[in-house]
Ligand binder design. Structure first.
Ligand code: WTA
Length: 695
């Protein structure tokens, strides 16, 4: 039994609902709107009706469950885990952990010894309990009118056929498989097929360039790559197979070759006759997979066997292979999905994230399917053919839970409310936000306009590393404050520390850490446990360090303030500034580069690059374009720098360290806040930079 910690005191301060609270949000949000003086005291209450029917209906019910979850995590989580199918129950120890580098290797295990399979729990189990004819996936294509769907039974058959194919070409338990697919139903099918046979999937977002893809292939050495020939995004056709071809050629040069490239023919985008082909390696999905039997025995795995690898950005150039295992991830994603969205079997759920990111793993594929939900997989761009596409989809499928990123909210907000109000949106019940802090004005627009002041917003704070929601509203349980992720989920013990690692009490700001493990915590960085420890556990010994800044207000609400390391969030996509820098300096005419994030009206953060050219090379518009191109080809279009700022020199300390603080101020034109620049090796570079700011 863990002891009751200080953090319990923070959740105990949850405000009690005043009677008749349900009438307050309309008044607050609509009548007072932006005029509300104090953001922090601006409670938005769920309606009485919503609360009454919610899984968790009141602060006290939450408190009771939360207390149990941290005082008796083993009991709390085993009870929930027992709702799933286990071929064999876990051993005596539900959780064993060491987060303290001083006490030896960092180690986290949940349900060790338990034998299960997440694909079985997503599909077979749902068919068995009577969900076989329920729609598992609705697919909405890029073009208006193109759609499809699969019931749980049909999805199971498709997954089994692919699983049989993968086994046949030699994929075994523990082998890696790279998936480079857009949002076709084949993407979740591919993930589930890997999980079924115990293979480790690594989905690479299909917006990454061939070089990024190659880097990941070289790191995890997959047996097979699954892709499609092309995809339509908006009015554009993107030749994914060409990118894969280049990626495979590049990885072969680096000593890793892949024997099988299974390619789905995405006919609306490109016909097979027009697809470049490597005989022997490339195989058309439709030619082989349907010939395989539609049942496939499950490979039973240990709860601690790896489920997937997902590469994410850190503060150095090399992406990190975040490794998640099976049992804890399964239990946690299912539970967070259920509570944070107050999921009910009649809900229709749409998460706009791509399965190439963690949100698509945990909350397009696994979390919803484990709950037997009907979810939408959307291939297209949310503003194509116009800014009302999302609401068209909401009405078409009667979406009741809509989960998206603040960047989309802000971009739609700019297009005007008429795109929204033309549609009914009556089906909506719960809204969700993820990826970056949601600014209060975007929050209000989302709440008032999209949700007609009726739908609570679950602003879910979490990370690739955490696997599932960490700090999130439970929509019926307590009042929200626009811009705050509110309170910790069951079992999560957030702490805010100062730079020395002292835990701060009450109202405070500092670095956000987490004490103790939770079931879906990542277990290592693939092939680099040392980097895992150094990045996440050494900065504040005994805690998991999130990389985020955070404050807690007098009511115990948590407010995420953004990254405190060299990672930036651009349109909810996580990008390491070091990755962009390394792409820039690979350009033959670039001598040095420093990249910082700068506030951006729609994207949240934009990419601002200071570039020093090789001696004697003149600035030019063409060079600027080719530098931007270098980033697009090395990382992907989503990492396109917003600004290249010519820099004759960079502000450095005498020991040669770039002073990013100063660069951030210059980038955001806060020139009167540069602070002390006398410690710079060459203070004059600052004036040079300012002079070139708009050149
Ligand atoms: C940021 C995405 C504020 C945060 C799930 C975190 C957020 C990083 C929120 C992880 C939120 C995510 N409020 N900030 N609701 N959600 N973030 O790994 O900086 O792509 O560290 O996972 O996104 O990004 P990642």
């Amino acid at each position: 039994k863990m002891t009751t910690d200080n953090h319990l005191r923070h959740v105990e301060s949850l405000p009690v609902f005043p009677s008749g609270a349900g009438n307050i949000p309309r008044l607050n949000a609509v009548i007072l709107g932006e005029a509300l003086a104090s953001e922090e005291n601006d409670y938005v209450f769920p309606s009485d009706d919503f609360s009454r029917n919610a899984h968790v209906s009141s602060p006290s019910q939450y408190l009771e469950m939360y207390k149990r979850s941290v005082e008796d995590p083993a009991g709390f989580w085993s009870e929930i885990a027992s709702e799933f199918y286990w071929e064999k129950k876990w051993g005596d120890k539900v959780c064993s952990e060491n987060l303290d580098v001083g006490k030896g290797a960092v180690n986290i295990e949940w349900f060790k010894g338990g034998i299960t399979n997440i694909c079985y729990n997503c599909l077979d189990r749902n068919v068995e309990i009577g969900n076989g004819d329920k729609v598992a996936l609705y697919w909405e294509g890029n073009d208006l009118g193109s759609d499809d769907s699969l019931t749980y039974s049909q999805l199971l058959e498709k997954v089994c056929q692919l699983a049989n194919y993968l086994k046949d070409v030699g994929v075994k338990k523990g082998d890696a498989v790279i998936i480079y697919l857009p949002m076709l139903m084949e993407l979740p099918i591919a993930m589930l097929a890997c999980a079924r046979i115990g293979a480790i999937h690594s989905v690479v977002f299909a917006g990454f360039s061939s070089e990024s893809l190659a880097q990941r292939i070289v790191d995890c050495k997959p047996k097979v790559v699954l892709t499609c020939n092309a995809v339509k995004r908006g009015a554009k056709v993107i030749g994914l197979k060409d990118i894969v071809d280049a990626g495979l050629a590049e990885s072969t040069k680096n000593g890793v070759s892949v024997d099988v490239c299974l390619t789905y023919e995405n006919q609306t985008a490109l016909k097979r006759e027009n697809t470049k082909w490597t005989q022997g390696r490339d195989i058309w999905w439709q030619d082989v997979v349907p010939k395989y039997p539609s049942t496939c025995d499950v490979e039973w795995v240990d709860a601690e066997d790896p489920l997937f690898l997902l590469y994410t950005s850190g503060s150095t150039g090399k992406p990190k292979g975040v490794l998640h295992t099976t049992g804890g991830y399964m239990v946690y994603t299912a539970t967070t999905f259920k509570y944070a969205f107050d999921y009910k079997p009649s809900d229709i759920y749409w998460c706009t994230a791509d399965c190439g990111w963690i949100t698509g793993h945990s909350y397009v594929t696994y979390g919803p399917l484990l709950n037997g939900a009907s979810c939408i997989v959307f291939e297209g761009a949310p503003t194509y053919p116009d800014a009302s596409r999302c609401w068209d989809i909401v009405d078409k499928y009667k979406v009741s839970i809509f989960y998206t990123a603040p960047t989309l909210v802000r971009s739609l907000m700019r297009e005007g409310t008429q795109h929204v109000t033309r549609y009914s949106r009556k089906s909506l019940r719960v809204l969700g936000s993820v990826g970056e802090p949601i600014n209060p004005s975007a929050w209000r627009w989302f709440f008032n306009v999209v949700g007609d002041s009726r739908c609570p917003i679950s602003d879910t704070w979490w990370q690739t590393e955490t696997g599932g929601f960490m700090i999130t509203p439970l929509p019926g349980a307590w009042a929200q404050k626009p811009g705050s992720a509110t309170y910790p989920f069951f079992g999560v013990q957030p702490v805010i520390v100062d730079e020395k690692g002292n835990e701060l009490e009450g109202e405070c700001s500092g670095y956000l850490c987490v004490k103790h493990s939770w079931p879906s915590a990542f277990r290592t960085l693939f092939g680099d446990h040392e980097r895992y420890e150094t990045t996440y556990f050494k900065p504040f010994p005994g805690y998991y360090f999130t990389g985020d800044g955070c404050s807690r207000d007098k009511d115990g609400y948590y407010w995420l303030t953004g990254r405190v390391d060299d990672v930036i969030n651009v349109s909810g996509h996580r990008i390491g500034t070091a990755e962009v820098e390394s792409a820039l300096v690979s350009h033959p005419q670039c001598a040095e580069a420093a990249v910082v994030g700068v506030e951006h009206e729609v994207k949240g953060q934009g990419i601002y690059a200071f570039v020093t050219l090789v001696e004697g090379v003149p600035y030019s518009e063409d060079l600027r374009k080719s530098l931007v191109m270098a980033v697009r080809t090395q990382i992907g279009a989503f990492a396109t720098p917003d600004k290249i700022h010519w820099a004759p020199g960079l502000p450095k300390t005498r020991s040669g360290k770039i002073m990013r603080r100063i660069l951030r101020k210059i980038a955001s034109r806060q020139l009167d806040e540069l602070g002390d620049i006398s410690t710079l090796a060459e203070p004059a570079v600052v004036d040079q930079l300012i002079a070139l700011a708009d050149k």
